[in-house]
Design a protein around this ligand. Structure first.
Ligand SMILES: [Zn+2]
Length: 388
């Protein structure tokens, strides 16, 4: 408790030097943006005055998202920052006339590349977490090697080497790391994986993806691509589109992009009728603006890849009938078009030279990482979250 007060105190003094206080809170599960506004006595016109695209974006606020609130000396809200992705946040603030305004602003973060060397003492997850204080990284590593390594065969003293990028913000890891290459010994035998063209491959160029997705509406035209953050030069605002839109007539059947289990079925803010399917490997697919769901679609239902799960519509904030397809890995929105199934499973000849050069460079980095002499400083958790 003493540390919590001290940390908040230091934070307030160093940043504002006045009676203003900055606090962090986690977005409450199941609370819509509109409900949040009314709960905090912020006018709902802030939401209704947004364009339909921006209203739709507010649906992307994830449960447990780390938000920040700045309060004045009377404890009234002066400013709130709510992340909708790793790139963009909703900023609510008071203008000079003391009126609340809303804006979409880029999130400030640092991004660095690191090497990490860890010797197995307990398990890869425990040992990576202990070395870095970064649970995201430990998790990403387990998912990455899940298919190619039998973790039960590991022995004490086996080595792990990683080369990865991680964003950080306010002294904490922010968003998912991207592991660029990794090595793990399995009872002394080395296994390598390399991230090339948005997929993992082994050293021979064989694709190592646990999961390959198929198109939800084969042959449909992409009408809007995935865009993590884009500055609109005319409107002078930041925009994002955290999914892929497929144009199709109302009632067109939609197929599940992969095997999984229904994790949400119902209305979801600007997305209207929405279906979510949880897949292996931390993936989740989201189908929005549906006219109706297929028979037997309910929470927990098992779904096969290619099975008809719903029908195209224009419910929620859709100007015309289309499917908005979202894909998330560990709750981070990603570009579905990059992981959709293609016939090729191996690096093709024309890419081979580039791939081999990449492997060589990565192996040098991994070799230097072994032993952990260049490991990054460990993240330390501060217990300064409050409940709103
Ligand atoms: Zn969309």
């Amino acid at each position: 408790m003493a540390r919590k007060i001290l940390f908040l105190f230091l934070f307030c003094c160093s940043v504002f030097g006045s009676g203003f206080t900055m606090e962090q809170f986690k977005w409450p599960a199941g609370v819509s943006f509109l409900k949040f506004l009314s709960d905090n006595e912020i006018p709902s016109s802030l939401y209704y005055d947004l364009s339909p695209e921006d209203q739709e974006l507010t649906t992307e606020i994830a449960a447990e998202a780390s938000c920040e609130v700045l309060k004045d000396e009377d404890g009234k809200i002066d400013q709130i920052l709510i992340p909708i992705s790793d790139e963009l946040q909703i900023q609510i603030f008071k203008d000079a006339k003391n009126k609340y305004k809303i804006d979409f602003t880029p999130i400030a973060y640092n991004e660095s590349t690191y090497t990490l060397g860890v010797t197995i003492e307990n398990s890869p997850y425990i040992d990576i977490n202990a070395a870095t204080g970064n649970g995201f990284l430990a998790n990403a590593f387990m998912l990455m090697f899940n298919k190619s390594v039998n973790f039960k065969n590991l022995r004490k003293g086996d080595q792990i080497a990683l080369y990865y990028t991680q964003r950080d913000r306010l002294g904490q890891p922010f968003g998912q790391p991207q592991i660029i290459s990794g090595m793990i010994e399995e009872n002394g035998k080395s296994n390598y994986l390399y991230y090339f063209d948005s997929k993992y491959y082994d050293e021979r160029g064989k694709m190592n993806e646990k999961f390959l997705f198929k198109l939800p509406i084969p042959g449909a035209r992409v009408t809007s691509k995935f865009t993590p953050k884009r500055f609109h030069p005319v409107l002078k605002i930041y925009r994002a589109h955290l999914g892929t839109d497929y144009g199709a007539k109302k009632g067109t059947p939609i197929k599940a992009v992969g095997d999984g289990r229904v994790s949400f079925v119902g209305k979801k803010g600007g997305y209207g009728n929405t279906l979510e399917i949880q897949h292996v490997g931390g993936y989740k697919s989201l189908y929005a603006h549906l006219s109706k769901f297929a028979k037997g679609i309910k929470n927990g239902a098992r779904i096969k890849q290619g099975e008809i799960v719903a029908y195209v519509g224009n419910t929620g904030l859709a100007s015309g009938p289309h499917l908005h397809l979202g894909l998330y890995k560990n709750n981070k929105a990603m570009d579905f078009q990059k992981v959709v199934y293609t016939a090729k499973e191996n690096i093709e000849t024309k890419e081979k030279v580039l791939f081999q050069k990449f492997v060589k460079e990565q192996n040098q980095k991994l070799q230097k990482a072994i032993g952990g002499h260049n490991n990054p400083a460990k993240f330390v958790q501060f217990d300064n979250f409050i409940e709103l």
